[in-house]
Design a protein around this ligand. Structure first.
Ligand code: VAL
Length: 394
């Protein structure tokens, strides 16, 4: 379905791409707005992330246009991908062929990216992934980059933090969602790190992202007396698994991966979320002026503290907008043929250094993010059992 900011709604306006139909060259046509595609999971399982990402996009659009960073101004063209591959493919096709976007922020899941990104790659449309953390995303193609640090860089920090909290840890039960590309990638990194740290993996239990009942996997695992549980899944399945581990009386530490790094987890595992460790690529507590200004703007617009997914989506928009700004110094963005602008935008964004809420970032030549600062949060639930926060460790 087409969201309110998108192409169809704008047909009556002068938004290029929409009003100028598909397929034709835009050479010589001038644009009154620079359309940036946003393809996020706004419905389905993964909407727990997609909605947080959308918040970052809203704040980015408001701020960057207020700062007049580009001429003409940017326009976010938003498409709901749902939570599966087909939805992501559709959204990409619509954004590229109907809205004629300059670049795409999305999709939410790595599982979706492996299907949808090749479409943008073939069309020569730059994609900046705001939340894909599986190994192998930037390698999909020359036009694919990401601001979401991969599992290989982020996940090991959680295991080191757990060992710091309890150096006696020995026996680990690993769980993962086998139908999800990110979860498979993350569990591989977790398992490698556990072994490298001298821990024993006593069992590896598999589930699906659509599962809500993990009684049999949990019982199987608890029979082996683990003192650490490590989970790679998405928020809905992961949250149910965490809750059932506690219901079946598991008392040890739990590490969750990138999939549980959202406050939308809290209503799923409620009080049982308390104490879960999560490595994070963003902290709202980062004292840098750039982050604190972002945080204030975010809180003023949305009355909530920005999460990792929101900050990463904002950062993806920032990368695109600052690159357009740089290009605009020597080019007329309103009249440059779209194919050429997409190509130049991709080259430009890979070259830049960006001062973002995530810290200073830049890209490897193939588009993976280079980021310095990571965090480990521990979930602290409030006595109401519904709300809580990620408290920074160390
Ligand atoms: N980071 C995950 C992925 O790449 C989810 C949690 C968005 O699929």
């Amino acid at each position: 379905t087409v969201q309110h900011l998108s192409c169809l709604v704008l047909l009556g306006t002068t938004l290029w791409g929409c009003s100028q139909s598909q397929g034709t060259s835009s050479a010589g046509n001038s644009a009154s707005e620079l359309p940036i595609g946003v393809a996020l999971a706004l419905t389905g399982n993964a909407s727990l992330y997609g909605q947080e990402s959308l918040n970052g996009i809203k704040v980015a659009e408001t701020r960057f246009n207020a700062q007049k960073l580009t001429t003409p101004p940017i326009r976010m063209v938003i498409q709901d991908t749902g939570s599966d591959e087909a939805g992501a493919v559709n959204a990409f096709q619509t954004l590229i062929n109907q809205a004629n976007v300059l670049g795409i922020i999305g999709p939410t899941l790595s599982q979706q990216a492996f299907s949808a990104d090749p479409i943008a790659e073939r069309a020569g449309v730059p994609v900046v992934a705001p939340s894909n953390t599986a190994v192998g995303i930037p390698e999909i193609g020359l036009f694919i980059s990401r601001v979401s640090a991969p599992v290989s860089v982020v996940a090991p920090a959680a295991i080191k933090a757990a060992l710091k909290l309890n150096p006696q840890l020995k026996r680990v039960a690993v769980f993962y969602a086998q139908d999800d590309a990110f979860s498979r990638s993350e569990t591989e990194i977790f398992q490698k790190t556990l072994k490298a740290q001298g821990l024993e993996i006593v069992t590896v239990q598999k589930g699906q992202t659509t599962d809500t009942d993990f009684q049999s996997q949990v019982s199987n695992a608890l029979r082996l007396n683990p003192d650490l549980v490590v989970i790679s899944g998405l928020a809905a399945d992961g949250g149910n698994l965490i809750r059932q581990l506690r219901e079946l009386n598991y008392k040890g530490l739990i590490i969750g991966g990138n999939g549980v790094n959202t406050v939308n987890l809290f209503p799923v595992c409620r009080a049982a979320c308390d104490g879960v460790l999560v490595a994070q690529a963003y902290s709202p507590e980062n004292p840098s002026p750039t982050n604190q200004t972002f945080r204030q703007a975010f809180e003023a617009q949305l009355q909530q503290v920005p999460s990792q997914f929101s900050a990463q989506a904002y950062t993806a928009a920032q990368v695109l907008v600052e690159s357009l700004n740089a290009l605009g110094k020597t080019n007329d963005l309103a009249t440059m043929p779209r194919g050429e602008l997409r190509q130049k935008l991709n080259q430009q964004l890979l070259q830049g250094t960006y001062d973002t809420p995530l810290g200073e970032i830049k890209f490897t030549p193939n588009g993976d993010v280079i980021q310095r600062q990571f965090y480990v949060g521990q979930i602290q639930m409030n006595p109401d059992g519904n709300s809580g926060k990620f408290a920074l460790l160390q």
